[in-house]
Write a protein that binds this ligand. Structure first.
Ligand SMILES: [Zn+2]
Length: 63
């Protein structure tokens, strides 16, 4: 089982980012979070998720 990097909640295995909906909405807002999930799912399908993982780490450092 995968875990949310923010709150350690269990995540569904098909989630491309290791962030739960609750934290995603809390950090980015609902509209942005839905856009991010869609973007990362597309990136995963294209085999390009590493780019988004780097971006995620950068944002967490800045926060
Ligand atoms: Zn969470």
């Amino acid at each position: 089982m995968r875990k949310c990097v923010y709150c350690n909640a269990d995540l569904p295995d098909d989630r491309s980012m290791e962030i739960c909906d609750r934290c995603g909405v809390g950090v980015w807002g609902q509209k942005m979070w839905l856009a991010i999930k869609k973007t990362t799912d597309t990136a995963r399908d294209n085999g390009d998720l590493s780019l988004y993982k780097e971006q995620e780490v950068t944002e967490r450092r800045a926060a």
